[in-house]
Design a protein around this ligand. Structure first.
Ligand code: NAI
Ligand code: 13P
Length: 323
């Protein structure tokens, strides 16, 4: 029998911890995986103790996923290079702004035939154009990559509420292995080959989520309830407690900057929707296509350029599809 596959979860934020809960339980249950799952923890001190010590002693990430026990076979590792040594499966789940540094740090320390799976929502925008995060990782590390994306809220998944998600994986053998690693009774996984589509939808959904929340925050516009409902249906997670919702509502209410609200309200967690709106805006500008995507443009202008939230509706009224 083949040696059990060793898994490393790179990241231990809100989603990283919820995923480690699942992966730890499945690795303990299925023979094809090594029971011990490493989880890279960006070390910090919480209530006078190291976060890794808390995780490895109390089996709870009290800062990023309080109230949920992690399986005891999930081992918090503070050194990134140590955490990935010998791993056959690398699960990338850090906020997207940190991924380049993570890859540069591990590139000479991973197995050459490791397979990676990115759970990171976002894109990489540079003067050369748009890159998917999985492409960035593949480019830096030269490994086979899959992605996992869904309308998933970490706390709901950790509470074992019924949720579904999609793995995008071009290689079917890896696809079924990754499904076994991720699926539980209440976290249902579909595997498809169109990995790039899964990934870009996952990233763009966070901009739509912010837009939907901003619309909800417009108290006096003559929008019928059905319109607001339709907006939230395009992205149900913000309607049920995501960070894009929390910050979007506070932004519309207080007028404070996104950065300030992130610092004040998220306790170290990172917001992805507005940052993705900024990156997508860069790409659309490069390609002279801003006018074709008024919703993305409006989210960007409102979040970063001081445009009033009430302008949102005009951008939709002037959508090129209606001209
Ligand atoms: N939270 C959620 O419900 C979901 C999140 N995602 C995606 O998962 C990815 C990771 O998000 P979360 O786990 O929620 O993270 P998070 O936003 O909860 O946590 C921030 C994490 O970044 C770490 N960090 C802070 N400074 C750092 C640095 N300089 N270098 C490296 N790490 C640093 C913190 O220690 C913490 O682990 C994001 O791309 C997000 O879009 C996807 C689905 C659901
Ligand atoms: O990607 C996500 C949900 O699918 C993360 O949502 P929030 O960042 O709004 O919590």
């Amino acid at each position: 029998m083949a040696a059990p596959k060793k898994v490393c979860v790179i990241g231990s934020g809100n989603w990283g911890s919820a995923i480690a809960k699942i992966v730890g339980a499945n690795a303990a249950q299925y023979d094809q995986f090594d029971t011990t799952v490493n989880m890279w923890v960006f070390e910090e001190t919480v209530n006078g103790r190291k976060l890794t010590e808390i995780i490895n002693t109390d089996h709870e990430n009290v800062k990023y996923l309080p109230g949920h026990k992690l399986p005891p076979n999930v081992l918090g590792v503070p050194e990134l290079v140590d955490s990935v040594k010998g791993a056959d499966i690398l699960i990338f789940v850090v906020p997207h702004q940190f991924i380049v540094r993570v890859c540069d740090t591990i590139k000479d320390h991973i197995k050459k035939d490791a397979v990676g799976m990115s759970l990171i929502k976002g894109i990489d925008a540079s003067p050369e154009g748009l890159k998917l995060i999985s492409e960035v990782i593949r480019g830096k590390l030269g490994i086979t990559m899959a992605v996992l994306m869904g309308a998933n809220i970490a706390n709901e998944v950790a509470e074992e509420k019924f949720c579904e998600t999609t793995i995008g994986c071009k290689d079917k053998t890896y696809g079924s292995m990754l499904k076994e690693l991720m699926q539980t009774t209440n976290f249902r996984v579909t595997v498809v080959e169109e990995s790039d589509v899964v990934e870009i939808c996952g990233a763009l959904k966070n901009i739509v989520a912010v837009g939907a929340v901003l619309l909800h925050g417009l108290p006096r516009l003559p929008l019928p309830p059905s319109w607001r409902a339709a907006a939230s249906l395009t992205s149900s997670p913000p309607a049920t407690g995501g960070r894009n919702r929390k910050i979007g509502e506070a932004f519309a209410r207080t007028g404070k900057s996104i950065e300030q609200l992130e610092n004040e309200l998220l306790n170290g967690q990172k917001l992805q929707g507005p940052a993705t709106a900024m990156e997508v805006h860069e790409i659309l500008k490069q390609k002279n296509m801003v006018d074709k995507f008024p919703l993305f443009a409006a989210v960007y202008q409102i979040c970063f350029n001081g445009h009033p939230v009430a302008e949102f509706i005009q951008c939709l009224q002037n959508h090129p599809e209606h001209k």
